[in-house]
Design a protein around this ligand. Structure first.
Ligand code: HPA
Length: 246
C-alpha cells in the first residue's frame, strides 16, 4: 500500500520520474481537490502525488482547497506526507537555493477554512499542535539529505502569510521579530489539517528569494523562477533519497 504522498508546490506541478500506475479524480465532502491524485512508482517505491496549485499551476495560495487535498490523501490510505513549499528567506542564513526543513510555524493567514471539526460535532475538538511537523518524517528528510550529500537547514520557523501578494518590508520586519526565518503562503492551514487527520506531515521548503526588504530592490518573478528551476532539482534528489527511508 502507498503510504507516502508528496504535495507539490510552486515549481513542482508534476513529479518527473514517477511511473504512473493510477490516476484518480476524487470528490470530497469539502469539494474538489487541486488536481488528479496520481499513484505510481518513484525510485522503486509506491508514492502518491498531488499538485497543490493544480496541474496547470492556476490555483493561488489563498484559493487552494486545503481540506479537500488533505482529505483525499487520507481517503487514499496515505500515512506520511512530504509537502514541498517555495519560500522567501528572512534569516540571513536562508539564502536563495537553500533547502529548509522547518520545525515550527506561525500562522498569519486569514479567512481560510482551517479545520475539519466545525460541523455536527458531539464535542469541541482542539488538536495538539505544539510541534506542528511530524518529527519522524522530518528526521527521514534530514537523513535523506545526508545520504544525498545535500546541504540543508534542519530547524526554522515558517511564517505562513495570506498572499497572493508578497509582503512589505515592514511586515517582514515584524515576522523576523516574531521569530520567523522563512515566509511562504501555503504552509497553513495544510499542516494543521494534516494533524487533524492524523497524517505524519513535514515540509521541504526551498528558498527562492530573499524576503521583502532583505535583498536589493524589488522581488522579481524572474529571480523566483530561476531559483525554482535550479532548486527543484535538489528537491527531487532529496525525495529520491528520502522516500526509500520512509
Ligand atoms: N513571501 C511569501 N511567499 C513566498 C515568498 C515570499 O517572499 N517567496 C516564495 N513564496
Amino acid at each position: 500500500m502507498t503510504s507516502v504522498a508528496i504535495i507539490g508546490g510552486t515549481g513542482l506541478a508534476a513529479l518527473h520520474g514517477l511511473e504512473i500506475t493510477h490516476r484518480e479524480i476524487m470528490q470530497t465532502p469539502f469539494g474538489e481537490p487541486s488536481g488528479i491524485l496520481t499513484r505510481g512508482r518513484y525510485c522503486g517505491h509506491d508514492v502518491m502525488f498531488l499538485p497543490r496549485h493544480g496541474a496547470g499551476h492556476n490555483i493561488p495560495p489563498h484559493k487552494v482547497n486545503y481540506r479537500a487535498n488533505i482529505w483525499v490523501l487520507k481517503e487514499a490510505g496515505v500515512k506520511n506526507v512530504i509537502a514541498v513549499n517555495a519560500v522567501g528567506g528572512i534569516h540571513a542564513d536562508m539564502s536563495p537555493g537553500c533547502l529548509v526543513i522547518p520545525d515550527q510555524i506561525i500562522d498569519y493567514t486569514w479567512s481560510r477554512t482551517n479545520t475539519f471539526f466545525e460541523d455536527s460535532l458531539s464535542t469541541v475538538v482542539h488538536v495538539d499542535f505544539t510541534e506542528p511537523y511530524c518529527e519522524v518524517v522530518r528526521q527521514h528528510l534530514i537523513k535523506g539529505a545526508r545520504k544525498a550529500d545535500l546541504a540543508l537547514i534542519d530547524q526554522a520557523t515558517y511564517g505562513a502569510t495570506q498572499g497572493p501578494r508578497l509582503e512589505t518590508a515592514a511586515e517582514v520586519d515584524r515576522l523576523e521579530r516574531d521569530g520567523c526565518d522563512i515566509v511562504g503562503m501555503t504552509g497553513m492551514p495544510e499542516a494543521v489539517l494534516a494533524r487533524e487527520l492524523d497524517l505524519c506531515y513535514a515540509s521541504v521548503s526551498l528558498v527562492v528569494n530573499r524576503a521583502a526588504g532583505r535583498g536589493t530592490g524589488a522581488i522579481t518573478m524572474e529571480e523566483i523562477e530561476q531559483n525554482l528551476n535550479s532548486g527543484m532539482q535538489q528537491v527531487r534528489r532529496l525525495l529520491e533519497y528520502t522516500i526509500p527511508l520512509i
